[in-house]
Design a protein around this ligand. Structure first.
Ligand code: NAD
Ligand code: UD1
Length: 331
C-alpha cells in the first residue's frame, strides 16, 4: 500500500517524503508545482536513493486525481497541498478558498470513491487566533484573523463533519507551530518566491546579502525582550511527527495534535543564535508591529508526546545552522 503525499515537493512535504522513504514507506507525490520545483524529486532521490512516483496534478483537477487513485494502491493521504501566504490570502480570498477548500473537497471525494479513508491534514497554530494564554492546548477556542487561517479552520470543520457522517474515515489534524531549518544535505529547504514573509527565510537572505537588513516587527510586546515569541520547530522533527501520526489513524474519527517544541523563542533569540552559529552578523532595525501579529504563541505539545510517542529533539542551533546551510547552497 502507498501513502499519497499532496504538496510533496513543497517545503514540509519534501522533508516528510524523505523521512517516510527512509522508514521504508512507499509514497506517491501529487503537486501542481505552483510553489515548488520539479528538481526537488532529484534531491529526494539523492538523499534517499529512491525516486518517488510523481504526478504533476492540481487538486482542482478531478480527472487527474481519479487517475492517481486508479493507478495506485493508496490507503493513506498526507495532505500538505495548499496556498499559505497570509498577506496574499487577504488580497486574493477567492483563490485561497477555491484552492484550499475546493481542493480538499475534491481530494476527500476521490478518497471516498476509492475506499481510502485515512487522512493526515496540515493545519496550523493560526487556528488559535489570539490565544487567551500560552502554552496553547488543543482544546483552546478557535478563531482566525485572515482568509488563509480561515481556510484551515473550515477544512478542519469539514473533516470533522465527514468523520461524523462516515465512520470509515479516520483523520488526524496536525497543527504546526513555526517550522524552520532544513535537511542536513542542504538540498531541500524553505525557498519562498520573492521577499519572504516569515522570519527565518528573511534572516538567511539578509545573511546572504540579498536583503540589506531585517525589520524586527515590534519590541514593545509584553515578552522578556519585547519582541514576538514563537515556537520554532525543526522541519525534520515536524516531518517525523507525520510518521508518528499514522499511529492515530487506527482510531476512528478525528484526532488533533499540536506539533511544536513547547519552547517560546523570541525574534532577538533567533538573531543572536543565528549570528553565533554562523558567525554572520544580521543587521536589523526595530520597525512597527506587524498588523495581525500576537505577542506569544507556543505549544503545549504533551498530547502528541503522550499519545503518539513523538517529541521534537533538535535545538535552535541546529535549526539556524541548517537553514543557513540550505540558503548558502541555493539561489
Ligand atoms: P509549500 O508551499 O512549500 O508546499 C505546498 C505545496 O503544495 C507546494 O509544493 C505547492 O506547489 C503545492 N500546491 C499548492 N496548491 C496546490 C494545488 N491546488 N494542487 C496541487 N498542489 C498544490 O508550503 P509548506 O510550508 O510546505 O506547507 C505545507 C502545508 O503546511 C500547507 O498546507 C501549509 O498551509 C501548512 N502549514 C505550513 C506552515 C509553515 O510555516 N510552512 C505552518 C503551518 C501550516
Ligand atoms: C506567520 C503567519 C501564520 C502562519 C505562520 C507560518 C502572520 C500574521 N501569521 O506566523 O498564519 O501559520 O507564519 O507560516 O503572518 N518577524 C519579524 N520580521 C520579519 C518577519 C517576522 O520581526 O521580517 C517576527 C514576527 O513579527 C513574529 C515572528 O518574527 O513575531 C515570527 O514571524 P513569522 O515567521 O512570520 O511567523 P508567525 O507570525 O508566527
Amino acid at each position: 500500500m502507498s501513502v499519497l503525499v499532496t504538496g510533496g515537493t513543497g517545503y514540509i512535504g519534501s522533508h516528510t517524503c524523505v523521512d517516510f522513504i527512509e522508514k521504508g514507506q512507499d509514497i506517491v507525490i501529487l503537486d501542481n508545482l505552483c510553489n515548488s520545483k520539479i528538481e526537488v524529486l532529484d534531491y529526494i532521490e539523492q538523499i534517499t536513493g529512491i525516486r518517488p512516483k510523481f504526478y504533476q496534478c492540481d487538486l482542482l483537477d478531478k480527472e487527474g486525481m481519479k487517475k492517481i487513485f486508479d493507478e495506485n494502491d493508496i490507503d493513506t493521504v498526507i495532505h500538505f497541498a495548499g496556498l499559505k501566504a497570509v498577506g496574499e490570502s487577504v488580497a486574493k480570498p477567492i483563490e485561497y478558498y477555491k484552492n484550499n477548500i475546493t481542493g480538499t473537497l475534491n481530494l476527500i471525494e476521490e478518497m471516498r470513491d476509492h475506499n481510502c479513508f485515512k487522512l493526515v491534514f496540515s493545519s496550523s497554530a493560526t487556528v488559535y487566533g489570539k490565544p487567551k494564554s500560552v502554552p496553547i492546548k488543543e482544546d483552546f477556542p478557535l478563531s482566525t484573523t485572515n482568509p488563509y487561517g480561515t481556510t484551515k479552520l473550515y477544512i478542519e470543520q469539514i473533516l470533522k463533519d465527514l468523520c461524523v457522517a462516515d465512520d470509515r474515515f479516520s483523520v488526524v489534524l496536525l497543527r504546526y507551530f513555526n517550522p524552520i531549518g532544513a535537511h542536513s544535505s542542504g538540498l531541500i529547504g524553505d525557498n519562498p518566491n520573492g521577499i519572504p514573509n516569515n522570519l527565518m527565510p528573511y534572516v538567511t537572505r539578509v545573511a546572504k546579502g540579498v536583503l540589506p537588513h531585517l525589520n524586527v516587527f515590534g519590541n514593545d510586546y509584553e515578552t522578556a525582550d519585547g519582541t514576538g515569541v514563537r515556537d520554532f520547530i525543526h522541519v525534520l522533527d515536524l516531518a517525523a511527527g507525520h510518521y508518528a501520526a499514522l499511529k492515530a489513524l487506527s482510531n476512528p474519527g478525528v484526532s488533533i495534535y499540536n506539533l511544536g517544541t513547547g519552547n517560546g523563542v523570541s525574534v532577538l533569540d533567533i538573531i543572536n543564535t543565528f549570528e553565533r552559529v554562523t558567525g554572520i552578523k544580521i543587521p536589523y532595525q526595530i520597525a512597527p508591529r506587524r498588523p495581525g501579529d500576537i505577542a506569544e504563541c507556543f505549544a503545549d505539545a504533551s498530547k502528541a508526546e503522550f499519545e503518539l510517542g513523538w517529541k521534537a529533539t533538535r535545538g535552535l542551533d541546529e535549526m539556524c545552522a541548517s537553514a543557513w546551510n540550505f540558503e548558502s547552497k541555493h539561489s
